[in-house]
Ligand binder design. Sequence first.
Ligand code: 0RA
Length: 310
Amino acid sequence: MAETEVTNEQKAQQQAAPEEKIEVNELPDNDEAIETKTSQEYDASNIRVLEGLEAVRMRPGMYIGSTSQRGLHHCIYEIVDNSIDESLAGFCTDIYVTINKDNSVTVEDNGRGIPVDIKPGTNKSALEIVHTVLHAGGKFGDGGYKVSGGLHGVGASVVNALSEKYIVEVSRQGFVWRQEYMRGEPVAPVEKIKETDKTGTKTTFWPDPEIFTETTEIDADVVSNRLREMAFLNKGLKIIFADLRTDSNEIYHYVGGIGSYVEFLNQNRNVLHEKPIYIDKVVDGMQIEVAMKAFCHSLTTSTRIQAELI
Ligand code: 0RA
């Protein structure tokens, strides 16, 4: 009796199966894309985007070096580098980097803001393209940056792909524009949320534990040391670092550039002269910055004089 029931059930399943198959064939192959569709066009290009970002999720190490804590920190540097590029272009003076209580990270700058206009032929905001297309970062603002500390904004889409959630807010053209993503995929098109008279870009991302399987815990000391170095290397730029998990706060701002860095490195050394030798010059359109300071290892072995060159 029971056996007959099972057989009937199986028969019913077999009968239903071909119908089910037809339905599946009619859907795009990437079922994640279906959830975000708002229009035919948005949907179709979104699938292409996911192919690119899926490559990042499949081989994260190729893009950020590793998926260990080092890779996690690398994500922060990628986003910060974009703001540093904006400062190198001469439009940003302050960068706030905050580790939030839940180990998400917020990077905010007072630059021009990532462009939000619709790119002709795509029906998408430049902001969305920067975050969803690999290598799209440097293509905007034609001519781009003459100088760069990073990969011209290439990192935003990679970090987005490796984040379970990512929110970007751009203040530009009198408004705050916002877009949210999950694992690289836009949750909705760019939204105009409120008026503002400021400009800048604010990014918050939650590194994906599916990718960062070792840890999603950020080491504040490692990050803060790196940010301090970035401030030394970018004279005049102010980097404000906060760790809300421990309520700690630091401001890195060095008007002396790498000259200040040499002073910092030598703070506990027996220096042979007070002021570092410092050169900051543009030669054939290339900016050169050199700082040197001699010190000796101990007062008795003054023959072991070393110069530090950065
Ligand atoms: C390209 C063009 C313009 C701004 C940016 C990139 C930009 C990118 C990032 C990434 C983080 N912060 C940023 N700030 C600015 C502006 C072009 C214009 O206004 O003419």
